[in-house]
Design a protein around this ligand. Structure first.
Ligand SMILES: Nc1ncnc2c1ncn2[C@@H]1O[C@H](COP(=O)(O)OP(=O)(O)O)[C@@H](O)[C@H]1O
Ligand SMILES: [Mg+2]
Length: 483
């Protein structure tokens, strides 16, 4: 037992002195004896006792009941009443004032001690509860989330954030209102179910509700609820926050994302359609130049040879003219072949991808003097016409890059086909591409490679090591590359 401090309020001195003696022998500290209510208040203010033992009947302005009320309310000091049997009506009144205990004379010291200890325990618990309630109240009052307590289906507490959320100005405008009244009709069943859950002592996970504000507008709120005690009686604690704007933004974002991916898909389709159209056009123009122009030029060559046989070659200007004409036709024929090959090498259509790759490698080496080897495994690569075109154009872009950017002395081309995939790898020993260069937004060449490969559901891997070189590896699954 801590050395608890007790104030005795008793107007019969002998009784008071006896009580003091008993208490001291029990180990309590008596901080004063007061014979009137006013004196008791004065002493209590100065000494701050833990508890007061008080006779209900007191001389002076204030009787025991009144004094006890003041002590409890102003100084937070609990009171035990002492009374005689004869005061039974007074005792009833005292009981109704919810004292911390009462003792009826005559009493044993055991009874006295038990009553004091019980009262001290009760007072301490009440104080702890009040403090904890105050802490939570402060927390709730400053919370940005809405905090409400519902008892018997009605709001009994709401914090300022809650008042604002519902569109009110003061808590009393909503206190006492049935909770379901603020829930949108289609959510009432769910809300009532959750309320029942907490009444059975179970908490509820977060859920979304539409609530109706004072002005009739609706808001979307996410809330959790849990059983609690409010003023010592079971209640439901609800914590919520307005997610209307967040939801709106999320919906908008989702819609925008959908629009964006649809636009991207359309753009991609357009790109491929353009690419196909361009390839078709090149093919047509190349054939036309080759067949039409080429045939006419060849006919012209023949005409010139015939002319050479029949004309009078002793006439110098005629011979000269014919020779220069022949030269012109020959070089035009070469130009026509070069242009048509550049547009679309006929080897790709006539002999297939493997032959076209070998031809391109040879042509590249001749033009750039960069050693270019190709390894093709197996000899015949079986792919559809569109895939062949894609891989050929990718190789062309890679080789152009080697010539333009790499400063390499050699380049290797590897074209492989397995059961599952077709792989093209172009490796050089140049300065090495950097990550920034390979991912750059303006890298249209590499971007084009990625586009072509993504349409074929394949993968592109670009690796660069400074000074050692660059390796570009594209793989397409066999089903996409199948003929
Ligand atoms: N084989 C390579 N070696 C070194 N750098 C390269 C190589 N290929 C590409 N690059 C770098 O990557 C960049 C992007 O290439 P690309 O998309 O084809 O665009 P472009 O050729 O029009 O510059 C090039 O500008 C170059 O800096
Ligand atoms: Mg390029």
């Amino acid at each position: 037992m801590e050395n608890n401090r007790i104030l005795i309020v008793e107007d019969e001195f002998v009784v008071a002195a006896d009580l003091e003696f008993q208490l001291q022998s029990m180990g309590y500290q008596v901080v004063g004896l007061a014979s009137t209510g006013n004196r008791a208040l004065e002493l209590a203010g100065r000494e701050e006792p833990d508890i007061a033992l008080m006779d209900i009947k007191l001389n002076g302005d204030k009787d025991g009941l009144e004094t006890a009320r003041c002590l409890h309310q102003t100084l937070d000091i609990p009171v035990i009443f002492i009374t005689a049997y004869a005061d039974s009506e007074l005792l009833e009144r005292a009981k109704r004032s919810e004292p911390f205990g009462y003792i009826v004379k005559p009493y044993s010291s055991k009874e006295l001690r038990a009553t004091i200890e019980t009262a001290l325990y009760k007072a301490r618990k009440e104080k702890e509860l009040r403090e904890s309630e105050n802490r939570y109240r402060t927390l709730a009052e400053s919370s940005p989330s809405s905090v409400e307590v519902v008892q018997n289906g009605r709001f009994v507490y709401i914090n300022p954030a809650g008042v604002r959320m519902f569109g009110f100005e003061r808590p009393d405008e909503i206190l006492g209102v049935p909770m379901l009244d603020v829930v949108a009709p289609e959510y009432r069943f769910k809300a009532a179910e959750r309320l029942e859950e907490t009444e059975k002592g179970r908490g509820n996970p977060p859920a979304e509700f539409e609530l109706v504000r004072r002005d009739g507008t609706r808001i979307l709120v996410e809330s959790v609820s849990a059983p609690t005690l409010y003023q010592n009686r079971p209640a439901t604690l609800i914590i919520g926050h307005d997610i209307t704007n967040r939801k709106r933004a999320e919906t908008l974002l989702a819609e925008t994302q959908q629009d964006l991916s649809a636009a991207q898909a359309r753009l991609r389709e357009l790109y491929h359609a353009l690419q196909r159209a361009r390839e078709g056009e090149r093919c047509r123009v190349a054939r036309e130049i080759h067949d039409d122009l080429g045939q006419n030029l060849t006919a012209l060559q023949i005409e010139i040879s015939l002319l050479k046989c029949t004309a009078d070659l002793n006439q110098a200007p005629v011979a000269e003219r014919l020779a220069s004409m022949e030269q012109l036709v020959n070089s035009t024929l070469l130009s026509v072949q070069r242009i048509s090959t550049e547009l679309r090498p006929s080897v790709l259509d006539s002999l297939g991808l493997a032959a076209a790759v070998e031809w391109l490698a040879g042509d590249f080496e001749k033009r750039t003097r960069i050693e270019c080897r190709s390894r093709i495994e197996p000899e015949e690569i079986r792919v559809g016409a569109n895939v062949a075109t894609d891989l050929f154009r990718i190789l062309q872009e890679c080789l152009t890059n080697v010539a333009r950017h790499s400063r390499a002395s050699w380049v290797r081309i590897n074209l492989e086909q397995t059961e599952d995939a077709t792989t093209l790898m172009v490796t050089d020993d140049g300065i090495g591409i950097s990550d920034i260069q390979s991912n750059g937004a303006a890298s249209f060449g590499l971007q084009g490679i990625r586009e072509r490969i993504s349409a074929l559901k394949g993968k592109v891997d670009i690796q660069g090591i400074p000074v050692e070189g660059t390796s570009i590896n594209v793989t397409i699954p066999r089903e996409a590359g199948a003929e």
